[in-house]
Design a protein around this ligand. Structure first.
Ligand SMILES: C[S@@+](CC[C@H](N)C(=O)[O-])C[C@H]1O[C@@H](n2cnc3c(N)ncnc32)[C@H](O)[C@@H]1O
Length: 405
């Protein structure tokens, strides 16, 4: 056993002591003891706790791998996430105004992927354990919407009907306005009896849609989500913001960033999380790589009332970013790329001198890289707003506004 002083948290939320030695569930300033095994500290005991340490709100925290930071108070986590963004930007000599983190409440995750395992006597539902493949049951999970918790019985039924004993199912459950939308990977191949059994289960339990692998096996009604005044039913398994609270915060921030722009391009538009609310005031051109998502966006727009025109395009923005000639007609561009960021698209935006950019990012490192490219071409990063939809995790998201000077 040896004692170690925790200096800082790493990207995965582990405490780091000199060495480096990684100690999970510890906080900066804490004196901890344990046995060093490679770079990991095992059997960690807290000798001197941090004043930011709290009792974990969830009784599953120690065993479950779903959350990393329940042992710290909310202010600490909010500040730590803002600091992750600050450090990523300062590595590129950028020091913008970073606002206070907006954090989604407990039990508000509208989508979760659960592991569901058939057992001798029935089935188990939960998350993978901390640093292990063991399934941990989480009946009192504090993260997910209670409607998702209420679906655990249905998920067990699905495993009993359609899982092999060898591999657990990965069941993604999404709360929609019309009920639960469940998408399952890793199940037995569909055959006649399985298809019939699943359809029957869907009917009996009131699931709005059930997708098995790539196939929708039953749909009572398309599962809708409200984006501003429009309603959209995303294709099964496609991207959706993690909480309705977070989606609303990001929509408000993007609208603030775009300001009074009359013509806006929404790049990496998904199913229209930003395009549809923006169309209440601006004409929008939505560009997205997934055909089904664009079709869902278009359907939502056609059935909404009072929205300005939304044009759209299915396009791979990594291979074929929008070019200066195409960008010149827009007064503002919204960018919300995947974790890789949008270096090539940003390079074209610079050439077009787009006046305003709203950049939403789920990766502070690629965001800072793209921000440096923009700053080098005369864009000012006016503000950055961390948005924490992944409460108690080490994941960091943000919205921001760039203006061409
Ligand atoms: C972070 S999500 C944002 C979606 C949307 N803005 C929202 O808030 O719901 C990123 C989106 O980029 C899309 N995407 C990923 N790679 C792409 C590519 N190469 N070209 C165009 N779109 C892509 C994904 O399908 C996904 O919808």
């Amino acid at each position: 056993m040896s004692e170690h002083k925790i200096i800082r948290l790493g990207h995965h939320g582990d405490g780091i002591a000199e060495g480096p030695v990684f100690a999970p569930m510890t906080l900066p300033g804490e004196l901890v003891s344990g046995t060093v095994d490679g770079t990991a500290l095992k059997d960690v005991r807290i000798v001197t706790p941090s004043s930011d340490r709290v009792a974990a709100p969830c009784r599953h925290f120690k065993a479950c791998g779903g959350c990393q930071l329940q042992h710290a108070n909310d202010d600490f986590v909010a500040q730590w996430k803002a600091d992750v963004v600050r450090h990523a930007l300062s590595a590129h000599d950028l020091s913008p105004d970073i606002r206070e983190t907006i954090t989604s409440p407990a039990q508000s995750r509208q989508r979760a992927t659960l592991a569901v395992k058939r057992t001798k006597s029935g089935a188990m539902v939960g998350f993978h354990g901390r640093a292990s493949d063991t399934l941990v049951e989480v009946p009192e999970c504090q993260l997910i919407d209670p409607k998702i918790k209420a679906s655990f019985g249905i998920l067990k039924e699905l495993a009993i009907i359609g899982a092999s004993r060898k591999a657990p199912l990965a069941a993604t459950v999404t709360v929609s306005l019309d009920g639960l939308d469940v998408s399952v990977q890793g199940g037995k191949p569909l055959d006649g009896p399985l298809r019939a059994g699943l359809a029957q289960l869907c009917d009996a339990t009131g699931l709005t849609r059930l997708t098995w692998g790539d196939e929708v096996v039953a749909m009572r009604t398309p599962p809708r989500h409200a984006f501003g005044s429009a309603f959209v039913a995303p294709p099964a398994g496609t991207f959706l913001q993690a909480t309705a609270h977070g989606a609303h915060a990001l929509q408000t921030l993007v609208r603030e960033a775009v300001g009074s722009a009359k013509r806006v391009a929404d790049l990496f538009a998904g199913c229209g999380t930003f395009s549809l609310p923006l169309a209440e005031r601006s004409e929008v051109h939505a560009v997205e790589g997934d055909k089904g998502m664009i079709a869902a966006l278009d359907h939502g727009w056609r059935f909404a009332t009072g929205l300005k025109p939304i044009t759209h395009e299915v396009r791979d923005l990594f291979r074929r970013p929008l070019l200066p000639d195409e960008l010149k007609r827009f007064e503002a561009v919204v960018l919300d790329p995947p974790r890789a960021g949008a270096a090539d698209q940003v390079a074209e935006i610079l050439k077009a001198d787009v006046p305003v950019l709203a950049y939403v990012s789920c990766n502070p490192v690629t965001f800072a890289r793209d921000a440096a490219q923009l700053a080098g071409a005369g864009y000012v990063l006016e503000w950055v707003q961390p948005v924490d939809q992944f409460r108690w995790s080490s994941h960091v998201e943000l919205a921001s506004r760039f203006v061409k000077t």
